[in-house]
Design a protein around this ligand. Sequence first.
Ligand code: 3HC
Ligand code: NAI
Length: 703
Amino acid sequence: MSEVVSYELRENIGVILVNNPPVNALAQEVRLGILNAVNAAQEDASQAIVLACEGRTFIAGADITEFGKPPKDPGLPEVLTAIENSSKPVVAAIHGTALGGGFEVALACHYRCASPSAKVGLPEVKLGLLPGAGGTQRVPRITGVQAALDMITSGNPIRAVKANAMGLVDEVLADEDVVGGASEYTKGLIEAGAPLKRIRDITIDPSSLEPDFFDNARKQLARRARGQIAQDRIVSCLEAAVNLPIDEGLERERELFRELVVSPESAAMRHIFFAERQAAKIKDVAKDTPLRPIEKVAVIGGGTMGGGIAMCFANVGIPVVLLEINDEAIGRGMGIIRKNYTITVQKGKLAEDRMEERIGLISGTTSYDDIRDVDMVIEAVFENLDLKKEVFGKLDTVCKPGCILATNTSYQDVDAIAEATSRPKDVVGMHFFSPANVMKLLEVVRGAATADDVLATVMQIGKKIGKVCALSGVCYGFIGNRMLGGYGREAQMLLLDGCTPAQVDGALEAFGMAMGPLAMGDLAGLDVGYKARQARTDLPDDPKLYRMGTLLVEMGRHGQKTGTGFYKYDPETRKRMSDPEVEALIIEEAGKMDIEQREISNDEIIARCFYPLINEGAKILEEGIAQRASDIDVVYIYGYAFPVAKGGPMHYADSVGLKNVYDKICEYRDCYGEEYWQPAPLLKQLAEEGKSFAQWDAESGVA
Ligand code: 3HC
Ligand code: NAI
């Protein structure tokens, strides 16, 4: 048929096989190949057609790289019409993941069978899109509207057995031999004279829904959508599925898909899809670098981070030894681990026996003798360089050769830690984010001597434990925390200039941040930043700098834990409320410093808070601390809850235009001083050349 789609008659069954590695995406030649094969099958001796895929998965969706480019015939709807109108039953044989357009192909088939480990899903919403080839019209006809709404607005895949129970899959096969199993299943259908079952023939009874079903759905989704419009459009499609004949519903779906595919939100989310996959690749480490086997891990320090890190490994079946200073600390650490798992069980996301299995994989010890046989150690003791060096010195004496020695330090010099050992090539940073068992980001910190196979192994194990990995060089705060400095600083400066805390946080939350920086400070504890600042000698001697944060701590207002900080908190509900006392204090302090307070727009708040972050990102790029601008975006999306619909700070800067960002930074420099606003040379250069960070990535050969 074509290079990527083959067709052959096997006895009385026509078998279409798609072979477009790595994930059988529906590129133009795949669409054409399937169309030709279905047409050919109409003319031959086949009595039914099986549509299956080679390689690791059934079709995993439209080819995302084609979006934004001129469409090429045949379009997917044309292919699906040919399948649905086939005079012979077409059976989708699903293995791996049938996602997006791939699952929509399966839904146009007359029957669907799946291997036991297969999953099906419509993840388009994660790309700021909606299923554009009938998913929103066909799924509710099978599952009912509520289940379809949950499936399509979450984008989460569904396992074969559950999909079977929901009617999305007709048959779960006995084993993973999907073509063999599907052929047997299809022979059974032929023998039984099974009809051409078309989902389009099912109608939905509108009276099965509450009258305000769609309004309520819109309201609920708006709360969690954070600047994304796709959820709203998905509700519109489901409304069409209920109220319109299917062809009009399909037309409506197509129209809304076309709107979303050109939206900035979807462009940003597609950017992150590829950035996330790119970030794990290290430009000067060969793809086929042999990996070190990781079968047993030790975590040193079972506090806030160590406990969460231990859970990450136990969750994927890797045994963990948790080393602490005494039995009491072990008990405390294990207690927190159990508590965290129990919450997951209570939410219905983990079976109780699985919880016990996982906890059973974590053993506590106070003796270094118990970690002699581990393949990897992650140190998470207090943030103190001398202590960390001492720990690494001990690790050096007990750990077996080849054991990877990682530190979870937030700020300490990984090279100085490596020097405490006789094997700096085995030392690496693995910077998890809190809570470590939840947050997706893992900054992998490359020391001066870190071996390539250590980096490759850490990237691979990071993916295995469900993290998104990004490489950072050694510097104070690595990529993420280093960039954050100016963000927090300006949030507080804005108060003195005339904003209330609610105004600063409100503007950033409207932009899409889950929580503004001042509320975040209250949550983390204002005393934490206060103590960290006291230990620093490099900050400008300026009374305005962090003035409000410092004052509040000195008044005993440490944030949520004391019930007051930038805000006051309801003792029962923890709801944050503006505090007139703080607002009066800000005005008083501004007066003392002769600062003339003024009205400040949301746009200014966003620029003042984010542009320092972008500027630092440019410095990080030119220093080679980050490999790509898109890696920085990944760090901010997965580590700092930057809104994915904005694509990360660097992508956001590209969307604003680097010249505009640069000009504004120069304006702020002239107004607020060079010590805070010093444009990065790379930003200046790109602004002058009219280029973007994405172009910089492409031209640097790292994209
Ligand atoms: N289009 C183009 N490239 C794709 C792709 C797609 N739909 N899906 C994956 N790829 C590429 C990845 O970029 C990666 O490329 P690289 O090796 O050069 O980095 C490669 O395929 C392998 O992908 P992963 O590293 O993600 O492989 P995994 O095995 O970890 O995961 C997967 C496989 C679960 C299929 C995952 O790739 C995935 O979730 N893909 C996207 C699925 C998706 O979103 N589909 C919907 C697309 S939109 C659509 O279909 C619209 C329709 O309704 C009209
Ligand atoms: P924590 O104070 O909650 O836990 C530290 C644990 O280490 C304590 O349980 C302590 O008993 C144990 N410990 C101390 N000395 C030890 C030793 N010699 N041997 C074995 N155990 C020892 O601290 P937290 O927050 O877990 O931080 C740990 C590390 O992780 C620090 O380097 C920190 O910078 C880093 N980190 C912290 C994040 C956070 O949000 N808390 C985020 C990312 C990294």
